[in-house]
Design a protein around this ligand. Structure first.
Ligand code: AFP
Length: 335
């Protein structure tokens, strides 16, 4: 991994400071992965709920809180990190020890995505998004400075903790592509295992939590009915369904072999005044950049997710992403 990053630096594709940030994320990922692996052993008492809620009123798992602390500690140690924001923190944290004279950045993250999977030993992950800071006085930085559209992300990616621990990341420059690295547990090194993901443009596989069907918008109801009709319906092909309940794992499958992933708006969330289930800044934006740089698309219905101007840090949004032709087809229903 370090040779790979040095090569990127030599080609001026990644700066020293972005490399430091990526290394802090990798270090956190190794710590989180070790915690997850050993969580059920001995009397550590780190599984289950923390009996606290995050700002969005969701019960936090103990490992959500611990993973957040790990990311926070490793990132705020870096003078090039101007601030962090997390799904598990009410407010962003501005780094008072930052050096804001050179390039500095905000790191936004979901420290443990899919945390309902922890207690059943199913895949979970850490999702991250990196944005530039444009202020050189820490006292002038506020939440407003974090509210940049997804197309401003300079780096985005995730770590997935599954049968192996993998890092997948991309840079703003689409020529860099999307690459995956697997952790060698013996040496602690990440080794490249897949270069340049290319999502097939067509697909026969979809991912959606169908238990919400009766709450969906009519466009999604119509689309879903067509999928279920298979060869006997308008689509004239049979589809397969997968749902892993961790966006990281579902998106990893889409990157690896194509497909479409949907968490659409539904009337249950609308009643609570929420724009969707998934978070724009911590989940939708980083995944949308990965999908776009691998040749796919990510929309909220009508618009590209990456073009959405955020209004608040914990904003939620409908997410429909994956194989390009399938997303084009769905978007037409919202026209
Ligand atoms: P957490 O990060 O709170 O565990 O939520 C995971 C998630 O936001 C996303 O990763 C999944 O795709 C989605 O929730 C699963 O939602 P359902 O439980 O409604 O299927």
């Amino acid at each position: 991994m370090q040779n790979y990053l040095n090569n990127l630096k030599n080609q001026q594709l990644i700066s020293d400071n972005l490399t430091l940030i990526l290394n802090a994320i990798i270090k956190s990922g190794v710590e989180i992965s070790t915690l997850l692996e050993n969580a059920g052993i001995g009397n550590q008492n780190i599984l289950g709920s923390a009996e606290t809620e995050n700002v969005q009123g969701e019960t936090q798992k103990k490992l959500d809180v611990i993973s957040n602390e790990i990311m926070q500690k490793n990132l705020l140690n870096l003078p090039c990190v101007a601030g962090i924001a997390s799904e598990e923190l009410d407010e962003p944290i501005i780094n008072n020890n930052a050096n804001l004279n050179g390039d500095s950045f905000f790191v936004l993250f979901d420290p443990l995505d899919g945390s309902s999977n922890i207690d059943i030993n199913a895949p979970v992950g850490t999702i991250f998004s990196v944005l530039k800071n444009y202020k050189n006085n820490a006292k002038e930085i506020s939440e407003q400075d974090f509210l940049q559209a997804g197309n401003q992300q300079v780096m985005a990616g995730y770590l997935m903790y599954s049968s192996s621990t993998q890092l997948v990341f991309t840079l703003q420059n689409p020529n860099f592509g999307v690459n995956a690295f697997t952790l060698n547990k013996k040496t602690g090194e990440f080794l490249i295992n897949k270069a340049n993901f290319q999502i097939p443009q067509d697909t026969k596989e979809f991912a959606i939590n169908a238990s919400n069907q009766r709450f969906w918008q009519p466009q999604i109801q119509e689309y879903f009915a067509e999928l279920l009709q298979g060869t006997q319906g308008k689509r004239q092909k049979d589809f397969n369904m997968r749902w892993l309940a961790a966006m990281v794992a579902d998106v990893h499958r889409v990157l690896s072999r194509g497909g479409v992933f949907l968490y659409p708006q539904d009337s249950k969330m609308q009643k609570k005044g929420l724009g969707g289930k998934l978070r724009l800044m911590y989940e939708a934006n980083p995944m949308a950049l990965l999908i776009k740089n691998a040749g796919g698309r990510a929309i909220n219905g009508k618009e590209n997710i990456l073009d959405v101007t955020p209004e608040k840090l914990h904003q939620r949004i409908p997410v429909i992403l994956g194989s390009k032709n399938e997303i084009d087809y769905i978007q037409e229903k919202f026209a």
